[in-house]
Design a protein around this ligand. Structure first.
Ligand code: SAM
Length: 343
């Protein structure tokens, strides 16, 4: 699929489906036949953004604030953009908090950026309406851009940036740091991110919605929908709550104790079965799932408990290369299941 400019607006997201968008939508009826697209696990937003571009009415949801920010800024909002003055305000906070500098510098983010982020969050939280969400999205992208491959584990490289120890750094990382503007003034990175975000803002003639609920509450309260896209965390993979805990804590302005989702746990099959059970009133399901714990046959057997007509595809897929070993990358499979026809 050709690179689509609006995707730049999204943060790089663990488990994101950017590279599978063509495969996913190829199997789905268009919005004239199936107008309402439900994305129950919004994550980094790529599937909802594509559904919006295709003209569906998008109703999306994720339990995490990090995803709600994406949904409010890019799915529900269809005309408000960030101008230069909005971003400059981030550099003149009325007061300065030091939560990020105190808890995350210099192991997670370099001190210079931590000080900027503390002030910028104070400003972003004081702004209301779509601009609030757009500024919060800019800060999410900013934080992830500081981290090699979006991974919050590595400390050494952040220490090297802190100490400007460029000689010690791997040349590929050094190039990346310069390319991302991490060694420059925060204004440079903000300006790059502002333009990226604005590239993802468009209307599609629909009223698109976002919720921030546990998936079972969400599915229980929505009226209806034509296509239900399910991309839950995969059983036996590192949970979003643990892997992205520094980001979630910065967004919350306080340290959060990560509580892994039921879908990330080992033997999450019961949660998956329950999810399908409560999804029966949606005529068409598109399901993404990985092979960490279940084979495609295992997964199909579960889906067949609820649906007659089941189509499957399997792809060799690499998520965030920095987070997995070569062996694991080789064996990683991503499944796509299209299921319809009530039993
Ligand atoms: C595989 S990701 C979705 C990726 C997304 N399709 C994309 O392209 O970026 C799974 C998402 O499920 C969310 N999640 C985990 N448990 C949840 C729950 N119980 N209810 C709702 N969302 C949940 C996580 O926060 C995470 O963002």
């Amino acid at each position: 699929m050709r690179r689509w400019r609006s995707l730049q607006a999204l943060p790089s997201y663990m488990g994101g489906k950017r590279k599978l968008l063509g495969q996913i939508f190829k199997h789905l009826p268009g919005p004239t036949h199936s107008p309402v697209f439900i994305d129950a696990f919004l994550g980094g937003g790529s599937v909802s953004l594509m559904a919006k571009a295709r003209g569906y009415r998008v109703v999306c949801n994720d339990i995490a604030l990090r995803s709600r920010i994406i949904g409010e800024a890019l799915i529900a909002n269809d005309r408000v953009t960030l101008d230069e003055a909005d971003v400059l305000r981030l550099f003149a906070p009325p007061s300065n908090d030091s939560f990020i500098a105190d808890h995350f510098a210099p192991n997670v983010v370099p001190s210079k950026h931590a000080r900027f982020l503390d002030g910028a969050f104070t400003v972003a939280r004081s702004v209301e309406g779509p601009k609030h969400w757009l500024l919060m999205l800019l800060l999410v992208k900013y934080i992830l851009r500081l981290r090699p491959m979006g991974n919050f584990g590595a400390k050494t490289i952040i220490h090297q940036i802190e100490e400007k120890d460029w000689d010690a750094m791997r040349p590929s990382f050094l190039r990346e740091i310069v390319h991302r503007g991490i060694d420059a003034h925060p204004k440079l990175m903000c300006e790059i991110l502002r333009k990226q975000i604005n590239a993802g803002i468009f209307g599609n003639g629909q009223v698109n919605q976002v919720s921030c609920l546990d998936v079972f509450d969400f599915l229980g309260q929505i009226d209806g929908g034509d296509i239900l896209y399910l991309d839950p965390p995969y059983a036996s993979t590192s949970s979003y709550e643990a892997a992205l805990n520094p980001l979630d804590s910065m967004l919350a302005g306080q340290m959060i104790k990560p509580e892994p989702s039921v879908f990330s746990r080992r033997n999450a099959v019961a949660a998956l079965e329950h999810l399908f059970e409560v999804s029966q009133r949606f005529p068409l399901w598109a399901i993404s799932y990985g092979n960490a714990e279940l084979s495609l046959d295992d997964l199909v057997a579960i889906v067949r408990m609820f649906r007659r007509d089941v189509h499957t595809e399997s792809f060799h897929y690499i998520h965030l290369t920095g987070l997995s070993s070569a062996e694991k990358r080789e064996s990683n499979r991503e499944f796509l299941i299209i299921a319809k026809g009530e039993k």
